[in-house]
Design a protein around this ligand. Structure first.
Ligand code: ADP
Ligand code: MG
Length: 285
């Protein structure tokens, strides 16, 4: 028995095929699609790499934005909202405002409310959960892809760079950096901006002077807390008399509602929206 030659032993041209054969011979340097048979068809679809426009030329669709919804029950914060609006309308090509306060006090909700109310004034409203430098990079990358889907094929850091380039070459946008750990986490990004508005929320109380205007956000006003409690309870049970619920919640907080006097610091946690929500669901049970 003779052993068939290995591939490299075949001559590299079809002239070596037996006479009248319709097959093909493969040489050592053969490449591309090869097929044999009377009815064979070769189809080659070449996908061209998507063309990426310079971000300087990208104009967003009018509806581009990703602000989270404001909760159904939203109470108070009129003065706080005015303070944010005043600060955000400040002079300068880049305006930065940092709303800072306790976790749960309502910073993100206020930022979402501000973004929703001022959506129409901006070419783009982009919300980034900014609790780590890597989260900021991801948020900027997603923004770049939303602005120009072809960017999705690039590596993450290139996508991020495209996002920064868009921000640094366009005016009229609003960027929300939600839950920023420290002012320094945003400094490299902010240094590259030449126009636009940045609204930051953070638990960090100090260190904002070189970044922008710091606006401390306090717990809810007691009357607003009562309003929130009753609206949650009444919303689920239209005929409920809320007087008892308010008393019970006040008792838990250790002070009397409604009251124009701010409660002592040790009791202020009872005026955090999540505490009120928990209290109202306990009462409903
Ligand atoms: N003004 C408000 N009216 C009603 N609910 C609120 C209000 N502010 C905050 N909340 C609710 O309280 C919770 C915590 O608010 P959030 O904005 O996430 O706090 P923070 O960002 O300060 O940690 C959320 O569930 C939110 O819906
Ligand atoms: Mg928050």
């Amino acid at each position: 028995m003779t052993t068939p030659p290995c591939r490299d032993e075949y001559p590299s041209t079809s002239s070596a095929l037996p006479p009248n054969s319709r097959g093909i011979g493969l040489g050592g340097d053969s490449s591309g699609i090869n097929s044999t048979g009377d009815n064979s068809i070769n189809m080659q679809v070449v996908h061209a790499a998507p063309v990426i426009m310079p971000m300087e030329q990208v104009i967003p669709l009018s509806a581009l934005g990703n602000t989270p919804a404001v909760p159904d029950v939203f109470v108070g914060r009129e003065e706080d909202l005015q303070r944010v609006e005043y600060a955000m309308a400040g002079p300068g090509p880049v305006v930065v405002t940092a709303v800072q306060g306790l976790g749960g006090v309502g910073k993100s909700t206020l930022a979402a409310r501000y973004s929703a109310l001022h959506r129409g004034e901006h070419s783009l409203v982009w919300w980034i959960t900014a609790d780590a430098p890597s989260a900021i990079e991801i948020g900027l990358a997603r923004m770049a892809v939303a602005l120009q889907p072809a960017v999705a094929g690039l590596a993450l850091e290139q996508q991020t760079e495209h996002g920064i380039r868009w921000l640094s070459s366009h005016p009229g946008w609003l960027l929300i950096l939600d839950n920023l750990e420290a002012p320094t986490d945003a400094s490299m990004l902010l240094e590259r901006m030449s126009h636009g508005r940045v609204l930051i929320t953070s638990r960090r109380a100090a260190g904002w002077h070189s970044t922008g205007t710091a606006l401390p956000l306090d717990v809810l006003d007691p009357d607003d807390a009562v309003s929130m409690l009753t609206r949650i309870i009444v919303g689920s049970r239209p005929a409920t008399d809320c007087a008892g619920a308010v008393d019970l919640c006040a008792e838990r907080g250790g002070f009397r509602w409604p009251s124009s006097r701010p409660p002592p610091t040790s009791l202020r946690l009872a005026l955090l929206p999540p505490t009120i929500r928990t209290c109202s669901s306990d009462i409903r049970r």
